[in-house]
Design a protein around this ligand. Structure first.
Ligand SMILES: Cc1cc2nc3c(=O)[nH]c(=O)nc-3n(C[C@H](O)[C@H](O)[C@H](O)COP(=O)(O)OP(=O)(O)OC[C@H]3O[C@@H](n4cnc5c(N)ncnc54)[C@H](O)[C@@H]3O)c2cc1C
Length: 508
């Protein structure tokens, strides 16, 4: 049921995993904060965060080969990025563990489950690459339990589909960790928002699209200027009725809708920004005889010319209470920015004089990407099965069906030199006066959402984290926050906290 409050301190636009975590964290840090969430779609968290619209990988740097695309010039494989992402993902686990243990949300198995994370390669050169990558990773306490193998029988025991029917002469290798996770980001978002909606002074309204964002620079009265605020207008899509509230802080967590809202708000920081949508498809298999043979997420090497978001993987998922296999993603051409509430006009309507050149240059300087999208959009089932056979040689087309897999809007900036660059990372954009933050980009996204929104808290609500009291407050929610768990000296403390979070989430 929709709820509305007057005079919110904070408005969160969008009900995906970013807004859900930010709303819950802020309210935990300051129980007096009045928070209103507006969601355009009829249901909460059914866009990118919905289980079917992403891969559900708890990205912890364990299996994603795209985070270490190649060797350094000195021949080593640098693994620092993996260590950083592992620590960031752990913060999400800790906050969700706190949410479960404190009774904010229940039934963690409905949104998170353990699954082996495997990297898989073939060919002599890739085997050596994976061996060196493993050596670098296993030296760090985060990845110490990781196993490496070139032994077909062992890899087959980890994930039988990888080896059945494979040419015995072909060199293969894999790394495996049992500590990986499959996450339904939509379910955890709905649970956190369900909790938020029950808090006094908080409102959550679906079917309400934000159509107006007007900044008020503060009234001057008795010689004092009040801090800036935002007039946020939300339209109920069913009736057309509009309501406007004034808030001191607005979070634009609108996924593919964020660029449009930043343009509406007229933020100078958003000048020159463009958006480039890439659709996705999955191949899905529900045959229990096949599904029961694959209790893993297996990531491979990037395909030539594919963006990092399109690195293929063969995953066990738990969706709608049932185990299933997903393979993909396959990219698709689209001009929509949102799957549910978007329209084909989204891309053309996002073009402004200040981002036109950037967008044109992106097209001209990223021809391989454009070619890739055209090739992906026109490929047949047989072409898709060819990619699947890299992982699962015995796969048969009759066991798989193609389903929609959501849309990612990649941020395009002109500040990265003349050509403009398609950003595959996630970044937070904050107005100079810190009264508005927005999230752009997609990956690694949902997994590190707690770490991302804590950046928003640190920037726009620094008083909540200040001093010993602030540290104690946040460490109740995220016990490792502010401490560097990457240091060897923290290894024992980390192991203990990691175990506690996993126990609360019923992962062990
Ligand atoms: C194919 C694919 C695979 C992915 N795989 C993974 C993965 O394995 N692991 C991982 O961690 N991440 C993955 N991601 C990324 C992840 O899905 C996103 O980073 C994350 O879901 C983004 O959450 P969000 O809250 O920013 O956006 P969303 O979940 O998209 O939420 C934004 C919400 O804002 C609403 N909205 C938009 N405009 C308005 C408006 N004007 N007014 C009100 N509401 C509005 C939308 O309806 C939507 O519900 C994947 C993404 C894709 C596309």
């Amino acid at each position: 049921m929709n709820t509305h409050i007057d005079h919110p301190d904070v408005v969160l636009i969008g009900s995906g995993v970013m807004s859900a975590n930010l709303g819950a964290l802020l309210r935990r840090l300051d129980p007096a904060l009045r928070i209103q969430v507006y969601e355009a779609a009829d249901e909460l968290a059914y866009e990118s965060s919905n289980g079917w619209n992403n891969a559900g990988t708890g990205h912890a740097g364990i299996c994603e080969l795209s985070y270490t695309p190649k060797r350094e010039p000195d021949g080593t494989v640098k693994v620092q990025k993996l260590i950083d992402i592992f620590q960031e993902f752990e913060q999400s686990l800790q906050f969700w563990a706190h949410a479960v243990s404190s009774g904010m949300i229940d039934a963690p198995k409905e949104f998170i489950n353990p699954v082996q994370h495997i990297s898989f390669v073939k060919g002599a050169e890739e085997v050596e690459f994976l061996r060196d990558r493993h050596a670098g990773m296993a030296a760090h306490h985060f990845f110490a339990p990781m196993e490496f193998s070139t032994d077909r029988a062992k890899i087959g025991a980890w994930a039988p589909l990888l080896t059945e029917g494979r040419d015995p002469a072909e060199p293969i290798a894999a790394t495996k960790m049992d500590d990986g996770t499959d996450v339904n980001f939509g379910v955890v978002s709905r649970k956190l928002l369900g909790w938020l909606a029950q808090q006094e002074g908080c409102g959550v309204a679906a079917g309400h699209k934000v159509v107006g964002l007007r900044r008020s620079d503060g009234d001057v009265g008795r010689g004092l200027r009040t801090p800036p605020s935002w007039d946020v207008t939300a339209r109920e899509l069913k009736t057309g009725a509009e309501r406007t509230v004034r808030a001191k802080f607005v979070f634009v967590g609108a996924g593919g809708g964020s660029l449009r809202l930043l343009q509406l708000a007229g933020l100078p920081e958003a000048k020159g920004l463009g958006g480039f949508p890439i659709g996705g498809h999955w191949l899905v298999c529900d045959d229990p005889a096949i599904v029961s043979k694959h209790a893993a997420k297996v990531y491979g090497q990037n395909l030539p010319e594919a963006p990092t978001m399109a690195v293929p993987h063969l995953d066990q998922r738990i969706l709608d209470g049932k185990k299933t296999l997903l393979f993909g993603p396959f990219a698709a051409w689209t001009t929509r920015f949102l799957h549910r509430t978007g329209s084909w006009t989204d891309l053309p309507r996002s073009v402004r004089p200040h981002n036109l050149m950037t967008l044109l240059k992106i097209g001209a300087t990223n021809l391989p990407l454009v070619r890739y999208l055209v090739q992906q959009g026109t490929q047949s089932m047989a072409d898709r099965m060819k990619v699947m056979h890299i992982f699962y040689p015995n796969a048969q087309a009759k066991d798989w069906k193609l389903v929609d897999g959501g849309i990612r809007v990649q941020a395009i900036k002109k500040t990265d030199g003349e050509a403009g660059i398609v950003h595959f990372g996630t970044e937070v954009l904050t107005s100079a006066d810190k009264s508005m933050s927005a999230l752009l980009g997609a990956s690694p996204g949902a997994s590190v959402s707690v770490n991302i929104v804590m950046e928003v808290v640190k920037t726009s609500f620094p008083h909540l984290l200040e001093g010993a009291a602030g540290k104690a407050r946040i460490q109740q929610l995220i016990p490792t926050y502010g401490d560097d768990m990457r240091l060897a000296s923290n290894a024992a403390k980390f192991a203990d906290l990691q175990k506690r979070a996993r126990a609360a989430l019923q992962l062990i």
